[in-house]
Design a protein around this ligand. Structure first.
Ligand SMILES: *Cc1c(COP(=O)(O)O)cnc(C)c1O
Length: 372
C-alpha cells in the first residue's frame, strides 16, 4: 500500500462561540456518517418528508412549501429573492447591519429597484418606520427585514409588521438565519411570507443547507410571474416537484443526502428538547453571559440584544486580535470579531444551539478573566 502524502485529518474540538458555526453534537455527526442512499430511494424520500415536516414544526408554520435549499443561508436568501422578484420590481429593504445590506445587494442583482430604510447599526425598526416606508413606496412588492442581525446582535421585533405590509399588498420577507431554533419565531402567527435560515447557527448542524418556507401569498406571487426565474438551480416552480411531491418526485438536482440526515437529526433534537424549552435556555444563557461580561467591563451595543449573539464594544486597551487568538490557542474557544464598521471595535459572542450551555458560558468568562 502506498502511504498517503497527507497528514491524517485531525481537527481540534473547539468550543464554537462565534457568529457560527456552533458546536455540532456527536449525534448529528454520527447521523451524517450513515450510508448514502439514492435521492429517489423511497427510504430517503421518507427522510426528506420528515425533514420538511420538522422544518414546518420549528418554523411554526403549516406552509406546504417548506424545505431545505441546497446551500448555506445565503443560498436561502438568493432562492427567495430570485423567485419573488421580477426585473423592474420595486422592493423595500430594512438595513441595520451587514445582512440587511446583503439582502439589498441580492435583490438588486435580481433586477429590483431597492428602496432602503436605515437605522444606525445596533438599532432596530419600529412599526411606524415600516408604515412610513410602505406609504412612501406604494409600488413595492415586498419588505425585507432581518430578524437577528448577526453583525450587530440586534433583535428585531417582527410582531405586527405583517398587517402593515399586507395592507399595502406587499409580502413580508425575513432573514432568520441566527434566530431559528434559538428565539421565538412564529411564521404563521406573524404573517411571514418567505423566510430563510441556516443549519450552522442555532440548529448546531454543520453548514450546508438553508431551511426556507413560502406562504400561499408568496406562492401566488410566484405563480403570477410573467418572466422565468433567472436562476435555474433555485427555481421553486421546479424544486417543489421534488420536495413536496406534486406530480411525483421529479429529479431536479441531487439532494445532499448526508446533509439531510444531519439536518433531520438536528431538528429532531430541537423537537425533543421542546422549542419553548430551547428558547428559554438561550435566554437564560444570554443573561448569565451578560452578567459576567458586564462585570468584566464590556457594554452591549444593541438596545434589544439577541440571546443567540452577544455583540459587545471592546473597552479601551483591549487587544482584539491578541486576546481572540489566546482564547483560541490556549482555551480552544472561538469567538467572533466585529464585522463591517464594527471590525476591531466589537466582539460577537455566539450562544447558539449546542454551544449555549452553562459550562461554555462559565468557561469563556473564566478564560476572559485570565486574558484581560
Ligand atoms: C450567517 C448569516 C447569513 C449567511 O449564512 P451563510 O450560511 O453564511 O451563507 C445570513 N444572514 C444572517 C443574519 C446570518 O447570520
Amino acid at each position: 500500500m502506498p502511504t498517503s502524502p497527507f497528514a491524517p485529518l485531525n481537527p481540534r474540538e473547539r468550543i464554537l462561540m462565534g457568529p457560527g458555526p456552533s458546536t455540532v453534537p456527536a449525534r448529528i455527526l454520527r447521523a451524517m456518517s450513515a450510508p448514502t442512499l439514492g435521492h429517489l430511494d423511497p427510504q430517503f424520500i421518507e427522510y426528506m418528508d420528515e425533514t420538511c415536516q420538522l422544518i414546518r414544526e420549528v418554523y411554526q408554520t403549516k406552509n406546504l412549501l417548506s424545505f431545505p435549499v441546497s446551500g448555506t443561508g445565503m443560498a436561502g436568501m438568493e432562492a427567495i429573492a430570485t423567485n419573488l422578484i421580477e426585473p423592474g420590481d420595486e422592493v423595500i429593504v430594512c438595513i441595520n447591519g451587514v445582512f440587511g445590506g446583503r439582502m439589498k445587494d441580492n435583490m438588486e442583482r435580481c433586477g429590483a429597484t431597492v428602496h432602503t430604510i436605515e437605522v444606525p447599526w445596533g438599532a432596530t425598526f419600529d412599526k411606524e418606520a415600516i408604515a412610513e416606508a410602505v406609504q412612501k413606496y406604494p409600488k413595492a412588492k415586498l419588505v425585507g427585514i432581518v430578524h437577528a442581525e448577526t453583525s450587530t446582535g440586534a433583535h428585531q421585533d417582527l410582531s405586527g409588521l405583517a398587517e402593515i405590509v399586507h395592507d399595502a399588498k406587499m409580502l413580508l420577507v425575513v432573514d432568520a438565519v441566527t434566530s431559528l431554533g434559538g428565539h421565538e419565531l412564529k411564521v404563521d402567527e406573524w404573517g411571514i411570507d418567505a423566510i430563510y435560515s441556516g443549519t450552522q447557527k442555532c440548529l448546531s448542524c454543520p453548514p450546508g443547507l438553508s431551511p426556507v418556507s413560502f406562504s400561499d401569498r408568496a406562492i401566488a406571487r410566484i405563480d403570477a410571474r410573467k418572466t422565468k426565474v433567472q436562476s435555474w438551480y433555485f427555481d421553486v416552480s421546479m424544486l417543489k416537484n421534488y420536495y413536496t411531491g406534486d406530480g411525483g418526485r421529479a429529479y431536479h438536482h441531487t439532494a445532499p443526502i448526508n446533509m439531510i440526515y444531519a439536518l433531520r437529526e438536528s431538528l429532531a433534537i430541537v423537537v425533543e428538547e421542546g422549542l419553548q424549552n430551547r428558547i428559554t435556555r438561550h435566554r437564560e444563557m444570554h443573561l448569565l453571559l451578560r452578567e459576567g461580561l458586564e462585570a468584566l467591563g464590556f457594554c452591549y451595543i444593541p438596545q434589544h440584544s439577541l440571546h443567540t449573539l452577544n455583540c459587545v464594544a471592546l473597552p479601551e486597551g483591549i487587544d482584539d486580535a491578541a486576546i481572540r487568538s489566546r482564547l483560541l490557542n490556549e482555551f480552544d474557544i472561538e469567538i467572533g470579531g466585529g464585522l463591517g464598521i464594527f471590525a476591531g471595535k466589537a466582539w460577537r459572542i455566539g450562544l447558539m444551539g449546542h454551544s449555549a450551555t452553562k459550562r461554555n458560558v462559565r468557561t469563556l468568562l473564566a478564560a476572559l478573566g485570565e486574558c484581560i
